[in-house]
Ligand binder design. Structure first.
Ligand code: NDP
Length: 445
């Protein structure tokens, strides 16, 4: 495999798909050596087949807003690869959504799902619909319109969507309700469902809890703990909330959160009341974090800025892709950060990752750190198939076990001669081998 040639070919075929090309580049760079050592991969054109989605569905959604005006959005589902199980991946509702973003997320999802050890393929979907500022009725009508198209290609053994940015329990409920009506079946076709209609305990917390369990293991490698550590988070959504809960429980002090309008510095750190307030802030359906500083007088709001200039021991980006760039990384390193655990998908730019690697700071990528979300989704699928519910303790124990096995896989494939753990390499190689070998077993399809 010649990474440069493959990327040039993809760029010519898919011009302007920046995020997708960035995600492919990162994986190919990590697996190049192992790929070239195993000629069976090249003979079966595994990479050429892996970088193109199995299929993409694009559709129009027309719906009527509260003022009686007709609104039009675009919907997508990218079914990327199902070598190891049914397609699985969330639905993103955000005005920035386009095919490049969903292809990058679907591609990453293939390897992330493989790392969980559960049988799930990779997919992603979404729409440029902006849920911010919309009424419940508007969100319901949009979700129903979205499902009028999507239902044709999903199913509990085919493709199982879940939440992501802009899609939480409310949106899953509206989508699942419409699916059930159209398909006339009540099965585990979505994950992230409500607890009284098939959902799993710990699913809302899973991405944040899993990310924190993974970070704890990164600390363990240096015989270090969360106790007394200053932790910087970004975002104020579902994932930020879950991370804040668990980090605080482990004795860390969360001093920042952020939104598209700027960041909050809270020198006293988030406590139970403030973490609860995050839920209210997200449910308020506004895209601003500044009200936090009005609610808690010790907090300071910095408009238009990102939190990465604040001195911390551990940085955990939790908002969106490319939210931490090379300059931010330089500031974090200069201010003494020792660990960066990316909980958002591709939260750090390649320049930022370079800075961390050169400074020998432990940095782990989203596909390993945030895999707890989809892992508990996989556990929700198992519970639905068995028609029983596991207890909170059972689900949490399985989540810890899965995050431990992902961390072990990263160590196995990512430890360098000098002992430094390259988690990017580790996660990409471990995920790739599992998927590639399954593709080899199943022939040229
Ligand atoms: P939420 O919608 O709950 O929160 C997303 C947060 O990121 C919000 O604070 C949001 O602000 C902010 N944000 C979104 N887009 C942008 C942008 N373009 N610029 C600046 N800020 C932005 O989503 P989640 O917490 O569920 O997801 C956060 C990250 O974690 C994403 O990268 C997602 O892919 C990843 N992830 C989520 C999983 C899950 O289970 N939910 C599983 C695995 C990964 P605002 O809403 O105001 O725009």
């Amino acid at each position: 495999m010649n990474v440069k040639n493959i990327l040039n070919g993809l760029e010519a075929k898919h011009p302007g798909e920046q995020e997708y090309l960035q995600a492919v580049h990162e994986v190919l760079e990590s697996i190049e050596t192992i790929y070239n050592e195993n000629p069976q991969y090249e003979a079966a054109k595994i990479i050429e087949r892996l970088v193109e989605p199995d299929r993409i569905l694009t559709f129009r959604i027309s719906w009527v807003d509260d003022a009686g005006e007709v609104q039009v959005n675009i919907g997508y589902r990218v079914q990327f690869n199902n070598a190891i199980g049914p397609y699985k991946g969330g639905i993103r509702l955000h005005p920035s959504v386009n095919l490049s973003i969903l292809k990058f997320l679907g591609f990453e999802q293939i390897f992330k799902n493989a790392l969980t050890t559960l049988p799930m393929g990779g997919a992603k979907g979404g729409s440029d619909f902006n849920p911010k500022g919309k009424s419940d009725g508007e969100i319901m009508r949009f979700c129903q319109g979205f499902m009028l198209e999507l239902w044709r290609i999903i199913g509990p053994n085919t493709d199982v969507p879940a939440g992501d940015i802009g899609t939480g329990g409310r949106e899953i409920g509206f989508m699942y309700g419409m699916y059930k009506k159209l398909q006339m079946e009540n099965t585990g076709v979505f994950t992230g469902k409500g607890l009284n209609w098939g959902g799993s305990l710990i699913r809302p917390e899973a991405t944040g809890f899993g990310g924190t369990y993974f970070t704890k293991q990164m600390l363990d490698t240096k015989k270090d703990t969360f106790k007394g550590k200053i932790v910087s988070l970004s975002g104020f959504g579902n994932v930020t909330w879950g991370v804040a809960l668990k980090v605080t429980e482990f004795g860390g002090k969360v001093v920042t959160i952020s939104g598209p309008d700027g960041y909050i510095y809270d020198k006293k750190g988030l406590d139970a009341e403030k973490i609860d307030y995050l839920l209210q802030l997200r449910a308020s359906n506004n895209d601003i974090v500044s009200p936090y500083a009005e609610e808690f007088s010790e907090a300071i709001f910095y408009p238009g800025e990102k939190p990465w200039g604040v001195a911390c021991d551990i940085a955990m980006p939790c908002a969106t892709q490319n939210e931490l760039n090379g300059d931010d990384a330089i500031k974090l390193v200069a201010n003494g950060a020792k660990y960066v655990a990316e909980v958002s998908n591709m939260g750090c730019t390649p320049e930022a990752v370079d800075v961390f690697h050169k400074a020998k700071i432990l940095y782990a990528p989203g596909k390993a750190v945030n895999a707890g979300g989809v892992a508990v989704s996989g556990l929700e699928m198992s519970q639905n198939a068995m028609k029983l519910n596991w207890t909170l303790e059972e689900v949490d124990a399985k989540l810890v076990q899965i995050m431990t096995s992902i961390h072990e896989a990263c160590i196995k494939f990512g430890t360098q001669d000098d002992g430094y753990i390259n988690y990017v390499k580790g996660a990409n190689i471990a995920g790739f081998i599992k998927v590639a070998d399954a593709m080899l077993d199943q022939g040229i399809i």
